[in-house]
Structures are given as structure tokens and as C-alpha cells.
Design a protein around this ligand. Structure first.
Ligand SMILES: C[S@@+](CC[C@H](N)C(=O)[O-])C[C@H]1O[C@@H](n2cnc3c(N)ncnc32)[C@H](O)[C@@H]1O
Length: 195
């Protein structure tokens, strides 16, 4: 990122922390991924030269700014979905503020429905950062929509180990995925579709 957009996610992250701090109800929190996790996934986008990225769980667009910035470099586009309309509105404004609005489609939509409507072998990288118990149900579509050497990135696998256990078992038993756990932020699991 050049200097000006770089300040936007930094400010947004601090705003998110300040917003979430006093809130007891988890669902009211913005729950932005850590800067290290966003940076890792952005690097994967660039290294893969990904042009089609799907994020499930937009919140206020913090991670989407990082991904859209990487997709500006690759000539690609982010689709990011959230079930909360107010968050979609906030994300659009924040992407605009960061100068990367043109590289993202922000949709008020459910992750499972979005995956079900996504064509086979059409996505370079999928980011899961929503309600973790639902991920196991996403699995048949995740397998279907990723391109060869496509990448799955799942946040919070260390911080919420129990909630992703069933999903991790599915991924580990799939011979076509090379799986790695990255001790970054709250723990990022990656699966690369190698065959
Ligand atoms: C952890 S936050 C996402 C944080 C965001 N990726 C970031 O780092 O800035 C999870 C978001 O997932 C959304 N969400 C929950 N269930 C969803 C679903 N089934 N489909 C899409 N979004 C969902 C919530 O409304 C919430 O905004």
C-alpha cells in the first residue's frame, strides 16, 4: 500500500479494538482479524497471483481493505459477503476511504448461499472469517469452487480450536489439500488444493 491507504487499515484496526473492548456480546463486536493474519493472506494473494478471492465475513471491511489492495496488484477482484446490512454499508465506506473500493464487491449475503451459487473451480482463494461452526457445512462447496492450487485460509483456528475441530478433520482427510497451521494472530489454517 502507498502511505495514505496504509493509514486507513491501521486507524480502522485501532477503532475496531476500541469499539469491541467494552462489548460483552460477541456478535456486536467487529472482530477484525489481526494485522499479521491479514498481511499473511495478502501475501498469499500476491504470490498465487490470485484474481478471484472470496471472503466470508466482511465486518467493517478491515481485512477486505488488505485483500483488495493485493488484488489491485494482481488485476483481480474481491467478493466479500456479510449477513449484517450495516456492516456492508460500513465496509463500502471504509474501502472507499482506503482507495480500494474499485477492487471489491461487497454483498449483503449469506456465506453458505454465496458458496452454493459459485461456479466450480472458479476461485483462487477463499477466506473463512465468520461463524466457525458453520464451516463444516461449507466443505462440499469449498472443495468444488477452488481452482487447482487454489487456497483456503481460515482465521481463528488457534483461538477457537474447538469450534473448528470438525472442519479441520474434514480438511485433513482430503488427500487433495496440503494443510498448514500458521501461528500468526489468532491462528490461520491454510489448505492448498494440490491435486
Ligand atoms: C470475525 S467478523 C469478520 C471480520 C473481518 N473479516 C475482518 O477481519 O475485518 C465475522 C463477520 O461474519 C459475519 N457473518 C456471520 N455469519 C455469516 C454468514 N453466514 N455469512 C456471511 N457473513 C456472516 C458477521 O456478521 C461478522 O460481521
Amino acid at each position: 500500500m502507498d502511505d495514505q491507504p496504509a493509514r486507513v487499515p491501521d486507524d480502522l484496526y485501532q477503532e475496531g479494538r476500541a469499539h469491541d473492548g467494552p462489548l460483552a456480546d460477541r456478535l456486536l463486536r467487529l472482530r477484525n482479524m489481526t494485522p499479521d493474519a491479514a498481511r499473511l493472506i495478502s501475501t498469499l494473494i500476491r504470490a498465487r497471483r490470485a484474481t478471484s478471492v472470496l471472503e466470508i465475513g466482511t465486518s467493517n471491511g478491515y481485512s477486505a481493505i488488505w485483500f483488495a489492495d493485493a488484488l489491485r496488484d494482481t488485476g483481480g477482484r474481491l467478493t466479500t459477503v456479510d449477513t449484517e446490512a450495516a456492516r456492508v454499508t460500513a465496509a463500502l465506506a471504509n474501502l472507499e476511504r482506503a482507495g480500494v473500493r474499485g477492487y471489491a464487491d461487497v454483498r449483503h449475503a449469506d456465506g453458505a448461499e454465496t458458496l452454493a451459487g459459485t461456479p466450480d473451480a472458479s476461485v483462487d482463494l477463499v477466506v473463512l472469517d465468520a461463524e466457525r461452526p458453520a464451516y463444516a457445512g461449507y466443505w462440499p462447496h469449498l472443495r468444488r469452487v477452488l481452482k487447482p492450487y487454489g487456497i483456503l485460509a481460515v482465521d481463528n483456528v488457534v483461538s477457537h480450536r474447538d469450534q473448528v475441530a470438525a472442519f479441520r478433520e474434514l480438511l485433513a482427510s482430503a488427500a487433495e489439500f496440503a494443510v498448514d497451521l500458521h501461528e500468526v494472530g489468532d491462528g490461520v489454517l491454510t489448505g492448498v488444493r494440490v491435486r
